[in-house]
Design a protein around this ligand. Structure first.
Ligand code: AP5
Length: 221
């Protein structure tokens, strides 16, 4: 990669597989994986004021206000471990966030190098989120049918695999509506800028991983 800090955005509806693919792409590209959803959940586990504020929006499936989210994201990408750039998972989600990111990167020797849209239908989203479980300690994500944990050794010692509060049917429906109203317009935003790549998310995780990597290869080699 060049000296410029490269930021890659993984875009897609809830349950598209952004987190799953960001973890894999991070291993293959060396870029740091930054998820705003994970940052909010970390704040919540630590009992911070920001975590409690975010929870009130997340449980319902609504977006956390832009000013709070942008501040948290910029604070994260300013740390040393993000000096080469990041894979952004779940950010930006509104036009205001996208514009704030563009502006912030201009003064940080960085740029959005590419936005990868992981395309899936609402039906796939419902199947995936209805049976997602994750480790309450380290956050590793599983799926009861597509990616089940090992029964004998599920994840971290003595912790439960839990369902997220926002993976209930009502919250999933609202998250899909919020995606369509507020986040899907970013497809045109990055398309117009010539930065959009589309990947079919309705394939096996390994096939999606290969397509995501192929769409980023020119940036990495
Ligand atoms: P966030 O945590 O970002 O949730 P999300 O965008 O709704 O996405 P998910 O984490 O639900 O799904 P994913 O696409 O990562 O899929 P995953 O890989 O887990 O945000 C949560 C909340 O935080 C928001 O609602 C909002 O309140 C707040 N928030 C976050 N960012 C914000 C922002 N920028 N602005 C404002 N508010 C913000 O996969 C899903 C399941 O499918 C898993 O079980 C997985 O194992 C399985 N799976 C994955 N890929 C495949 C495959 N190819 N085949 C079969 N199964 C698969």
């Amino acid at each position: 990669m060049s000296d410029q800090r490269n930021f890659v955005i993984l875009l897609g509806p809830p349950g598209a597989g952004k987190g799953t693919q960001a973890t894999r792409a991070s291993l293959r590209t060396g870029l740091l994986h930054v998820s705003t959803g994970d940052l909010f959940r970390e704040h919540l586990r630590n009992g911070t004021e920001l975590g409690n504020l975010a929870k009130s929006y997340m449980d319902k499936g609504e977006l956390v206000p832009d000013d709070v989210t942008i501040r948290m994201l910029l604070e994260r990408i300013d740390r040393d471990d993000a000096s080469a750039g990041c894979l952004l998972d779940g950010f930006p989600r509104t036009r205001e966030q996208a514009e704030a990111l563009d502006e912030a990167l201009t003064s940080r020797s960085g740029a959005v190098a590419a936005t990868v849209l992981i395309d899936v239908s609402d039906e796939v989203v419902n199947n995936r989120l209805g049976a997602r479980i994750s480790c309450s300690s380290c956050g590793t994500v599983f799926h009861k049918h597509f990616n089940p944990p090992d029964d004998a050794n599920p994840c971290c010692d003595n912790v439960d695999l839990v369902q997220r509060d926002d993976d209930q049917p009502e919250a999933i429906a609202l998250r899909l509506q919020v995606y369509s109203d507020q986040t899907a317009p970013l497809i045109a935003y990055y398309g117009t800028a010539g930065k959009l790549r589309r990947v079919n998310g309705d394939q096996s995780p390994g096939e999606v991983e290969d397509d995501v990597y192929a769409s980023l290869r020119e940036l990495i080699e």
